[in-house]
Design a protein around this ligand. Sequence first.
Ligand code: GLU
Length: 510
Amino acid sequence: MERKVRVRFAPSPTGPLHIGGVRTALYNYLFARRNGGDMILRIEDTDSQRFVPGAEDYINESLAWLGIKIDEGVREGGAYGPYKQSERRDIYRSHVKMLLDAGKAYLAFDTPEELEAARAATPNFQYDASTRMGMRNSLALPAEEVQRLLEEGAKYVVRFRIEPGRDVTVDDMLRGPVTINSRVLDDKVLYKSADDLPTYHLANIVDDHLMEVTHVIRGEEWLPSAPLHVLLYEAFGWADTMPRFVHLPLLLKPDGKGKLSKRDGDRLGFPVFPLEWHDPKSGAISSGYRESGYLPEAVINFLALLGWNPGDDTEIMSMDRLIELFSFDHCSRSGAKFDFEKGKWFNHKYLQEKSDDELAQMFKPVMAANGCDPAAFDDSYIARAVGMVKSRINFVSDLWAQARFFFVEPESYDAKAVKKRWSEEMPRIMSELIEVLKGLDDFSSAAAEPVVLGWIADKGYHLGNVMNAFRLTVVGECKGPHMFDITELLGCEETVRRIQKGIDSIKLPQ
Ligand code: GLU
């Protein structure tokens, strides 16, 4: 019988979610939605040493911001809970017992010192079939000794009993079958009595089975664990419901080989976390995509294409479209270079999709942060201003540099432009321009432009010099959108005031 697709994203709350982890979550989500399945968020917090407060909330908030919707999880609930591993101790305990009773696992009492000594004595020591009988465990020790140790409350771990000489095949949907010999595996620790917690391997397999996970989609760094997971599935007798595996290729440094790291982000100036992260221990702050001005839909689109393509060169795709198109057939097996410039390009593209009114609302906090009260302007004025410059921005915060002059008159004038465009006769010509503008009945761009250009032609003035001087007085520099669109929005009075201020205050270059 076809099973309903069920996938899980299973982060350990050991710090902020890395952008590579976000991509893993996204591919799980796209695959689940594409196939009408469920997406589980399971918190794998069995390593109490590495637990970081706030990390779980951070994961939830990140996924919510990005629009990756969870069907079952700690917050969402669901029929297969609890979804936090530290709340499933009983389940793990009983499953450890199942393996012990079946002779597929054993107790090991070796102290850290004894393990250290064994490693020192034997090069490349591995705790396995060839060495275990020389160690202190329930296979090697007499039963009474084991009993005595247990009664004394000696600390132990439970190890998986792996026998050599078996070919173990991991059926990876991206890589095809990957086969290794069980000889290379060690008798992995599955459980520690000291904290009454399972290790990642046991908890992960038991939960994937009990939660009826059909596809394990995770980062390539987990591929080496997969043969062990296959053997565990078999040891429990669950081989016929073994999930299919997908080990996603790494995200690579933008400028070379090797895994993308936080240091690359610091070095090249881009975030590697979805949201800003405040380290609870050191107080250090790491930047996030959200706080850096990225739109969630741009981040999603960007990440989706790091390791997957729709089969053609389409680049702009909404979440819904990604869901329609997603499949592992078009996933790459090699690492994807993290091209953060492309990330900015996506943000630019998605900002262009916003209406001017939406952008205006997003821009208001930026105005306020720059000491300009948005309430002093009509919403429609702000919208028209941002509409004129939005094609030049990658981030909403860039709007300030581009549109500032719509809200504050120039306080100084670009020295280079003054040198190039201002001359002794310019104050007189600008005074004439004031009269021309004042004479207009219609100050719209379409009406003003031919009149002003006609005046320049009649007088035989140099078009470039006059228009640039005009722009200098109004904008403060020789940049910006079409001049008559600017003046239309500023209005006649403000335009004239600025030209007059320029005449009065621009000094002739020495
Ligand atoms: N807890 C593991 C992690 O932090 C899960 C790996 C897996 O998906 O099996 O990524």
